[in-house]
Design a protein around this ligand. Structure first.
Ligand SMILES: Cc1cc2nc3c(=O)[nH]c(=O)nc-3n(C[C@H](O)[C@H](O)[C@H](O)COP(=O)(O)O)c2cc1C
Length: 209
């Protein structure tokens, strides 16, 4: 009986601990004045960022544009092959790493570590950005998807999300560069990815220096 009570306490304590690590983002403001054609005109890769932080509203707007839910049936801002919804996006910043959970617009903490250096890998400039988004595809969402590297559909799906991020950055006054360079093994471990999940692209994001 005593053992059962202690176990229940432990489960409750761990639930409280995890929920304390989750961040509810504000509803994304979708009334952004820049037109799509202005964003396309301005889009470019930027590899120098100021240290100014990105506030929760901007982050919410950015993540919704990347891979948010835009229809009542749960479909997303980015298309995915056979609507597999294989893409997840992680936010890496000074205070840790978070999984973006679109359905309740929250950031779920997965690591207390600052993983921006693992994202930057050989390109030190990337670690200077206040946040890096890591785009991950899950092979298990595709029939016959092997565990050996991303599927073609997964790579294409990641490209759509990356382009959404590129254009949203322009519209929100932020700058970024899509990157394939990163320490994938370190990120797989620290983001607690499954065997079938592959980090495929990342975006350091900040304000212009
Ligand atoms: C799939 C992909 C992978 C890329 N990987 C890197 C990278 O690892 N490091 C980097 O600095 N830029 C990377 N880039 C950015 C390209 O170098 C950049 O888009 C290209 O030079 C054209 O410049 P622009 O984006 O300003 O038009 C990548 C772009 C794509 C589409």
């Amino acid at each position: 009986m005593k053992k059962l009570f202690l176990t229940s306490c432990l489960i409750m304590a761990s639930t409280l601990f995890v929920s304390a690590q989750n961040i509810k983002l504000p509803e994304p403001d979708k009334n952004v004045s820049m037109t799509l054609y202005q964003a396309l005109q301005q889009r470019k890769s930027v590899r120098e960022y100021s240290t100014k932080d990105i506030d929760d509203m901007k982050l919410s707007q950015l993540l919704w544009a990347a891979v948010g839910i835009n229809r009542p049936d749960g479909h997303l801002t980015a298309p995915t092959a056979i609507n597999a919804q294989d893409i997840t996006v992680y936010v890496c910043r000074k205070d840790g790493a978070y999984l973006y959970v679109a359905k309740d617009n929250t950031l779920q903490k997965v690591s207390d570590k600052d993983l921006r250096k693992s994202v930057a890998s050989a390109q030190a400039f990337a670690a200077e950005a206040p946040i890096s988004l890591v785009i991950v595809t899950d092979n298990a969402k595709f029939r016959g998807g092997s565990t050996n590297g991303p599927t073609i559909s997964g790579a294409i799906d990641a490209g759509y999300v990356s382009q959404n991020i590129d254009l949203a950055c322009e519209a929100l006054g932020l700058c970024t560069v899509p990157r394939a360079t990163m320490d994938k093994e370190a990120l797989k471990k620290e983001l607690k990815l499954t065997e079938s999940q592959n980090p495929i692209l990342n975006h350091p994001i900040g304000y212009k220096k």
